[in-house]
Ligand binder design. Structure first.
Ligand SMILES: Cc1cc2nc3c(=O)[nH]c(=O)nc-3n(C[C@H](O)[C@H](O)[C@H](O)COP(=O)(O)OP(=O)(O)OC[C@H]3O[C@@H](n4cnc5c(N)ncnc54)[C@H](O)[C@@H]3O)c2cc1C
Length: 399
């Protein structure tokens, strides 16, 4: 038997024994934040076991708390987890964004200090990129960082900072040279959130939730040891982090970070009936079929790109994943709610779901997700901007 076949067998056996029933299928996933308590016992047990194995970050080096898996082994692990609908044990800005970026650009000291706590789910990060007036044109950002000897003093404002209220640390783009051309005066720094110079104000969404914030810096401090890459060269680091963000590699596990299986066949059969294995309504059958095929093709293309990049995050091609993946997420919820008819429109702010509401918890949650995913074509850089990147950097079209 080949080494990989052996690895598959061992992994399957280990997962069968160690992935508790409550960690399979949709449910909570830790993001490591010290400010969120997960109460579900199986979710916690799963996290503990995966941390011990290094499989919260399976392809990171073992020296930083990872599993040290090769690309092939990593893909086998993802397949075996998907086969039993195992949720990822940890899904965070740390594992998917700043961690891979530090592996590429961090000093040894930065890797030693920041990577193991991410792998062990001991803290969560947030992303300080966007500012009022600097979203798509991110390089125009104006939050200033002044050199004060052993630290930088930061003043300015960020916006749309997802999870800032739960985050322990922020990775942040700041202007360190106001006179340089705009892409050349930016640096990439790391700073703790719990300090007097950082103030967070929540922004409320149409779904009734406040998953993101305005973040204000008034003499906030970032240690010089936490400058990532060279001074004034932060744009290169920041852009690479966006590619890690846009790769959506985590969705290779079970279809979604929370272990959602993004298939509509079951729901369509429940809504319209099952006619010898087929969705009874012909019109919905073809719409669901189209969605399922698009989804399958997307996952295969994404996987091929990951294989070709030998385990690392692909480059500008990640913009294709971002555009197509976000449009698929929107198509999934559009079709799901259409199939539900009037059951698709609970009042997401006041309805309490099964707990005294008129709609089930699942109906309420799906409608919230439908509203939330309207933002998918905006966050991580809008889809229009991704199309510009695809035109220039993937297809090589002229400016
Ligand atoms: C749910 C959510 C979470 C987010 N989380 C974070 C976070 O954690 N941290 C963070 O820093 N930011 C975050 N963002 C911000 C996000 O990155 C920006 O919203 C996004 O980059 C767009 O910037 P903007 O909102 O300023 O829109 P604008 O840049 O003002 O764009 C407005 C419109 O113009 C279009 N447009 C702009 N320039 C061009 C162009 N050159 N060609 C074609 N069309 C163009 C855009 O596509 C868009 O439709 C989040 C956003 C959302 C919605």
């Amino acid at each position: 038997m080949s080494d990989l076949a052996n690895f598959r067998e061992e992994t399957r056996a280990w997962l069968a024994e160690n992935c508790p029933p409550g960690a399979r299928g949709p449910g909570p996933v830790s993001n490591g934040s010290t400010k969120i308590t997960i109460k579900d016992a199986d979710t916690l047990l799963w996290l503990e076991r995966m941390v011990e194995k290094g499989w919260t970050v399976p392809n990171w080096p073992t020296a930083y708390g990872g599993g040290g898996l090769s690309n092939d082994q990593y893909l086998v692990l993802l397949e075996e987890m998907a086969a039993i609908h195992a949720r990822p044990a940890l899904s965070s800005f740390g594992t998917s964004m700043i961690g891979p970026t530090l592996l590429e650009f961090g000093t040894e000291d930065q890797k030693q200090r920041h990577l193991p706590p991410i792998a062990r789910a001991e803290l969560e990060w947030c992303q300080g990129y966007s500012e009022p007036g600097s979203g798509s044109d991110l390089a125009s950002l104006s939050t200033r960082a002044e050199d004060k000897g052993d630290h930088y003093l930061i003043n300015g404002q960020k916006i749309w900072t997802s999870g800032a209220h739960h985050a322990d640390w922020m990775f942040c783009l700041v202007r360190t040279d106001a006179d340089a051309p705009k892409h050349e005066g930016i640096s990439f720094v790391l700073l703790p959130m719990d300090q007097p110079g950082v103030e967070i104000r929540p922004i409320r969404l149409i779904s009734g939730e406040s998953p993101f914030n305005e973040t204000f810096f008034t003499n906030a401090i970032a240690s010089k040891e936490d400058l990532v890459g060279e001074l004034n060269q932060g744009w290169t680091v920041g852009k690479r982090l966006l590619q890690h963000e846009r790769s959506g590699m985590e969705s290779l596990v079970s279809g979604g970070a929370k272990g959602e299986v993004m298939s509509l066949v079951g729901e369509a059969k429940r809504s319209f009936g099952d006619q010898q294995g087929r969705i009874a309504d012909g019109a919905y059958r073809s719409q669901v079929l189209k969605y399922e095929m698009d989804n399958r093709v997307f996952r295969m293309a994404q996987r091929r790109a990951v294989e070709e990049s030998e385990g690392g995050t692909p480059g500008a091609v990640t913009s294709i994943f971002k555009v197509y993946g976000s449009e698929l997420q929107q198509a999934y919820y559009d079709l799901l709610l259409k199939m539900r008819g009037t059951r698709g429109f609970p009042d997401t702010i006041t309805d309490k779901g099964a707990d005294n509401g008129q709609f089930s918890d699942k109906e309420l949650m799906d409608t919230k997700q439908w509203l939330y995913y309207r933002a998918a074509s905006i966050y991580s850089g809008s889809n229009e901007v991704q199309r510009n990147i695809i035109a220039k950097r993937v297809l090589g079209l002229p400016d």
